[in-house]
Design a protein around this ligand. Structure first.
Ligand SMILES: [Zn+2]
Ligand SMILES: [Zn+2]
Length: 645
């Protein structure tokens, strides 16, 4: 009998009869592997465990530990969904059904929209079919026969796919019981292991994602190999929902977006305004401490300026349209850089002045399609904590280090302790795609790399990810529930100094071009605020909280004492709310909790007599009585140290 040679990942070789399957080899290796196996990989290609091997090859048997195998698992779950839908609604037309991050979808055309009740029924049917452990079987069908099969069952979208994608005379199909699907595969052997899934929602989508094409209904499902993973994922989603800044923003009266004003434009309410002021005051002090100069630049400037900078070319689709004033075109600013450059250029600079660091909480406007706008995170008007550094080549490493250290301060102060750093460099294969010379790029990339290495910062090197005008460092912080957020960015720019002909008089008396760096730490005040709301779940630390303590007299009898205490606290500089409503204490406490006020001070007879307050913390609960002066001292210290509690 003819044999073939199989090379396993550990290098071990096996002689097996031609036609042996990966499943058989898995069984020979260990019963456990056979049980856990989902799919196999030969010479880099994923194949069904049941596919006979017909030549000598490398072979890996993949389990749920392999991300590719998990995607195959999810794809099989998509087939299971389609099978269940066809059983319940035989007239639906099928689109595509790929695996996605955390799950899968399948798309259908059906007159009536799928309702939440329908999803429940479909999910139950999926479990029923899964429990029957129906095999997923591969079939090769001649192309004309495949088209005929789909024409007869009125599956016009599938016909289209076969026409377009089937390049061989034989077309690969997979069956799951009665269900048959044009599919390259591979799939897991049978439906029995698909247990940990949940249908999440239905969303409209155009066929092939193209506007004007027929409307499909996509049923999305979450799906994992293990139930525990699904439970964790669903819990994380719940947690994200609980922390959603749009909901909390309304509940805590922090901000709103007003239909009359337009989408993507943020109204900061008084309580949001207090937080913003604290954030900005802190930042301005830090900027001054780090040697930045604070500047202000206009919101509209001549269109001509944006022609010099090149924005009317490469950035046009992100800008609001120009407006005409006295026959001159003006442009609402999408960026602050040209404004800072004009300040730099307002007179001749000497090397003695460098580095010049110009910082501005600069409000910019960008055109984003209404479909992508999202609360505070994606908006059309926002304030960048922007700065531009102009310096000489030998100063650049120190400047980069200062920027990164400054970013750490921001992370720490606002209570983030995890972050990810990425260094985006040019694509070495496409040197023509970038502004600046090869030498400049090499020097800049070396400056970024050296700085991160010297600082002992672990980072991911991302070739090809740089913007055309220079390499950059991005810092993503990781929030309380493990989500990464791209905030800080430090970017070199070889383009603008050249376009604006920036120069300084060097020590040698001749003119040189300075290096220019754009950097933002929060990114934008709006976006960072959105991230903070979700990170804190609305419970801002005392130094930021709009109301730091709520004074709660237990009854009208103690109104006088409550007023006196409230005044004393206000005089100490705190933001205080005095709850004088004629409500039960329990109701007052509940409302203060809902507003996530850090401290509740409960005042009754005992407290009035002793000159104390009974302190309750929103998360630590009852802290007992304390003299008013003591509470003042404690809270002052908590605010001064910006404690996260
Ligand atoms: Zn498929
Ligand atoms: Zn800039």
């Amino acid at each position: 009998m003819e044999t073939i040679q199989i090379t396993l990942p550990d290098g071990a070789k096996r002689e097996v009869p031609n036609g042996t399957t990966a499943a058989q080899i898995a069984r020979e290796i260990s019963p456990r592997l056979a049980k856990e196996a989902l799919v196999a990989r030969t010479n880099g290609e994923l194949i069904d465990l049941s596919r006979p091997l017909d030549r000598s090859t490398t072979l890996s048997i993949l389990t749920a530990k392999d991300p590719d195998a998990v995607q195959v698992f999810r794809h099989s779950a998509a087939h299971l969904l389609a099978a269940a839908v066809l059983e319940l609604y035989p007239n639906v037309k099928l689109g595509i059904g790929p695996p996605i991050e955390n799950g899968f979808f399948y798309e259908f055309v059906r007159e009536e929209p799928f309702t939440p009740e329908d999803l429940e029924k479909i999910e139950a049917k999926m479990h029923e079919l899964a429990a029957k452990d129906i095999p997923n079987e591969r079939k090769l069908i001649p192309k004309p026969e495949a088209l005929d099969l789909y024409r007869k069952s009125n599956q016009e979208f599938k016909c289209e796919l076969v026409e377009e994608k089937a390049t061989e005379p034989l077309v690969s199909f997979y069956t799951t019981g009665k269900f048959i699907d044009f599919c390259r595969g591979p799939h897991i052997p049978s439906t029995g292991r698909i247990k940990a899934f949940k249908l999440m929602n239905v969303a409209g989508a155009y066929w092939k994602g193209q506007e004007g094409n027929p409307q499909m209904q996509r049923i999305y499902g979450a799906c994992f190999v293990e139930q525990k993973e699904l439970d964790e994922y669903l819990h994380k989603l719940e947690e994200a929902k609980r922390r959603d800044h749009r909901r909390l923003g309304a509940e805590l009266d922090l901000f709103s977006i007003e239909e009359d004003a337009g989408p993507g434009l943020i109204f900061w309410h008084p309580k949001g305004g207090i937080i913003r002021r604290q954030m900005e005051d802190w930042l301005r002090d830090e900027l001054v401490r780090h040697g930045y100069d604070l500047v202000f630049t206009p919101h509209v400037m001549r269109l001509h300026l944006w022609e010099i900078s090149g924005h009317t070319g490469f950035y046009k689709q992100n800008m609001f349209g120009p407006m005409e004033v006295e026959k001159d075109d003006y442009q609402l600013k999408p960026m602050n850089c040209p404004g800072h450059i004009l300040i730099y250029k307002s007179r001749l600079r000497s090397y003695r002045e460098l580095p010049i660091r110009l910082a501005e909480l600069g409000t910019v406007y960008r055109y984003e399609r209404s479909g992508v706008l999202h609360g505070l995170l994606r908006v059309r008007g926002f304030t960048q904590d922007d700065a531009h550094i102009f310096c000489m080549p030998d100063q650049i490493e120190k400047e980069i280090q200062d920027c990164v250290e400054f970013a750490w301060d921001v992370l720490r102060v606002f209570g983030f302790d995890r972050y990810e750093v990425e260094l985006s460099a040019r694509d070495p294969e496409k040197p023509g795609d970038y502004a600046g010379t090869l030498e400049e790029w090499e020097r800049a990339e070396a400056a970024l790399t050296n700085t991160l290495k010297r600082m002992n910062v672990p980072y991911k090197y991302m070739p090809g990810e740089a913007v055309f005008y220079g390499p950059k460092i991005d810092v993503k912080l990781v929030d309380a529930i493990g989500r990464p957020w791209q905030l800080t960015t430090v970017q070199f720019d070889f383009n603008l100094p050249r376009r604006f002909k920036l120069e300084y008089v060097g020590e040698d008396g001749s003119r040189h071009q300075p290096l220019m760096v754009h950097r933002a730490l929060w990114g934008s005040v709006e976006r960072f605020f959105g991230v903070l709301i979700e990170h804190y779940a609305g419970a801002f630390p005392a130094w930021l909280a709009p109301v730091q303590a709520s004074v709660l007299p237990v009854s009208g009898k103690f109104e006088e004492y409550a007023k006196r205490v409230a005044q004393q606290l206000k005089d100490a500089g705190f933001r205080i709310h005095l709850d004088e409503r004629n409500e039960k204490l329990q109701a007052k406490i509940r409302d203060a909790q809902l507003q996530k006020i850090p401290y509740m001070l409960i005042l009754g007879g005992k407290e009035a007599e002793a000159g104390t307050v009974s302190v309750r913390h929103r998360s630590k609960g009852d802290l007992g009585p304390r003299p008013v002066e003591q509470f003042i001292k404690d809270l002052q210290e908590e605010i001064r140290s910006r404690t996260i509690a």
